[in-house]
Write a protein that binds this ligand. Structure first.
Ligand code: FES
Length: 137
């Protein structure tokens, strides 16, 4: 999806207002199938995606971004990093195992971009467990 110049200017003004103008680097975080968000290297990816959704940049999403604690504790903001590098803050091991991490599954409230990122939303562990139980015979 192409954004209009007016949309880009509005996002840039907002980014300046919240201090992103001083960020060393700015990357593009793309949410597969939904759109993208500019994200500073000192900004949590979830915050950038929320801002993009607020500006109507995440098209095709008929639901609000999953979010809860915003600090890596509740596990609702699971994503799979398909491309790109990031640094991460602590995440709850009850929601992100070492195996998850090795596959690039992380909590987007606890990662910061080091390059452009391509992400895919993942179901929270609790929801996957609930769905698995409901399909057992
Ligand atoms: S919002 Fe709770 S872990 Fe991300």
């Amino acid at each position: 999806m192409k954004e209009s110049g007016a949309q880009a200017n509005a996002v840039d003004r907002h980014a300046d207002a919240i201090g992103l103008a001083h960020a060393v680097s700015r990357y593009t975080v793309t949410l597969e199938g939904h759109g993208f968000a500019p994200c500073g290297d000192a900004e949590r990816v979830l915050e950038a995606l929320e801002r993009a959704q607020g500006f109507g940049r995440l098209k095709g999403m008929n639901f609000r971004l999953p979010k809860g604690c915003r600090r890596g504790g509740c596990g609702v903001c699971r994503v799979r990093v398909l491309e790109g590098d990031y640094r991460q803050a602590p995440m709850s091991r009850s929601h992100i195992s070492e195996a998850d991490e090795a596959e690039g599954v992380v909590l987007c409230c606890s990662i910061y971009p080091l390059t452009d990122l391509l992400l895919r939303l993942e179901s929270p562990k609790s929801l996957r467990a609930k769905n698995a139980q409901s399909t057992r015979f």
